[in-house]
Design a protein around this ligand. Structure first.
Ligand SMILES: [Zn+2]
Length: 428
């Protein structure tokens, strides 16, 4: 029988079965009942269609032999039934099975379509991970079931997240190799992206792991549109120490053509390790200390000297915030120094910070160049990646797969990232 006839028969049968169970209701109670019923129907139909379609994909008359990975020929045995877990639920299909004298079995159809029998399809992995990265796995499994009708165990959702994380690692590994390869560097110079203005930032946050708190280091790369808003943001993170992270900063920047950028702009807080990485890999970059970090030093001086929420503190800040905003550091430092007796520590901290970062505080000049002076894109990424996660009961950072989960989460926030088998993850 032709595939289309089989399909028609299956569909008619499925539709009939379903309608006989639902159709006997003289009147539906309400729209919700009807919606649920139709969704169950479409799910059953989806499984039937996909199953028949998959089976129909296989050659009608299978070849006697196919090449085995070992180099010998594998011989046709029979058609074998298999299961794949898809967006439409569990789908059974049949395909030709070959066996080689080396002991390996193979199914050309699975290889052609990228099916791992008994496993989740790539589409389902993507969907499940999307839920898994934002909530505890139990809740994610519920969310997925509500949204798609596919019932997965919390552990399957976890596996989907780790699968995406592992693909991010794979992508990063290849990028690392390329970024250290001279011919690749030359090729990148000829053919790679050549952004006009590329922004970058680096930051860290602390997260609880099984053996205590660790700093998770993360980075972001973005460009800006005509309104100077961030676009094409890409986030990445590393939990395995400063060296691993530094390599990743280099590799990710390489991927975005940072070295061919007309302007490369790093906006970050004043942490010494951050500017060390920037100086080492990107000596050409414009360095800017995030405006809100710089301002917070001025605020601390005002509060220490005059008390929080006092008119005096407000008045003083109103007077000197504009000077900082213009990059008039001498004015700012003189104003701070005048308060030394009232707030010795806050003044010393601020003066040290302003002196250390003085070239990164030329806000008047940076603004005149049309540059962003805040690392808001980075901050929001940090919140979404780290802090939001920590408020979830049973925080997943204590999970041994935390690194992969973190990388998976970063990938979903990054429209620029594409993964080997999943493609782009971002859905606008
Ligand atoms: Zn073989």
């Amino acid at each position: 029988m032709e595939f289309i006839e089989v399909l028609q028969k299956r569909l008619l049968w499925a539709a009939h079965e379903l309608m006989s169970s639902y159709g006997q209701l003289p009147q539906a109670e309400n729209l919700s009942v009807m919606e649920s019923a139709v969704r169950d129907m479409t799910s059953v139909l989806g499984q039937a269609v996909l199953g028949e379609w998959l089976t129909g994909q296989d050659a009608k008359y299978p070849a006697d032999t196919v090449a085995c990975a070992c180099g010998r020929q594998a011989h046709y045995e029979r058609r074998r039934e298999a299961l794949t877990i898809t967006l439409h639920g569990r789908v059974s299909y049949r395909r030709a099975y070959y066996r080689c004298e080396c002991g390996q079995g193979c199914c050309p159809l699975d290889e052609r379509l990228g099916i791992a029998p008994g496993q989740m399809s790539e589409q389902l992995v993507k969907r499940a991970a999307r839920f898994g990265i934002s909530e505890a796995y139990e809740r994610s499994a519920e969310g997925l079931a509500v949204a798609t009708g596919v019932a997965l165990s919390p552990n399957s959702v976890r596996r989907a997240c780790l699968d995406v994380g592992a693909q991010v690692v794979e992508t990063e590994t290849r990028l690392l190799e390329r970024s250290h390869d001279l011919s690749e560097q030359l090729r990148q110079r000829r053919e790679g992206p050549r952004p006009e203005r590329l922004y970058a930032s680096i930051d860290g946050f602390y997260a609880p792991f099984e053996d205590g708190y660790h700093e998770v280091k993360m980075g972001a790369l973005w460009e800006t549109n005509a309104d100077n808003h961030a676009k094409n943001i890409e986030y990445y993170l590393e939990t395995q120490g400063l060296d691993a992270f530094s390599d990743l900063v280099w590799a990710r920047a390489f991927g975005r053509g940072a070295h061919q950028a007309e302007q490369l702009v790093f906006v970050a807080d004043g942490a010494v390790w951050i500017w060390r990485i920037v100086a080492k890999f990107f000596p050409q970059a414009i360095q800017i200390v995030d405006w809100y970090h710089a301002l917070s030093y001025l605020v601390k001086v005002a509060h220490a000297a005059f008390g929080e929420a006092t008119t005096q503190a407000k008045h003083w800040l109103d007077q000197f915030r504009p000077a900082l905003y213009e990059g008039h550091l001498a004015t700012v430092c003189t104003a701070c120094r005048a308060l030394t007796d009232l707030a010795p520590k806050a003044v010393a901290d601020a003066r040290h910070y302003f002196a250390t970062n003085r070239t990164r505080l030329r806000y008047g000049k940076f603004r005149a160049m049309g540059l962003q002076i805040g690392s808001g894109s980075m901050e929001s990424g940090c919140k979404q990646l780290g802090l939001a996660r920590l408020t979830i009961a049973g925080a997943r950072w204590s999970d041994p797969g935390a690194r992969l989960l973190g990388k998976s989460r970063a990938a979903f926030l990054s429209p620029e990232i594409t993964l080997p088998s999943l493609g782009a993850l971002h859905v606008a």
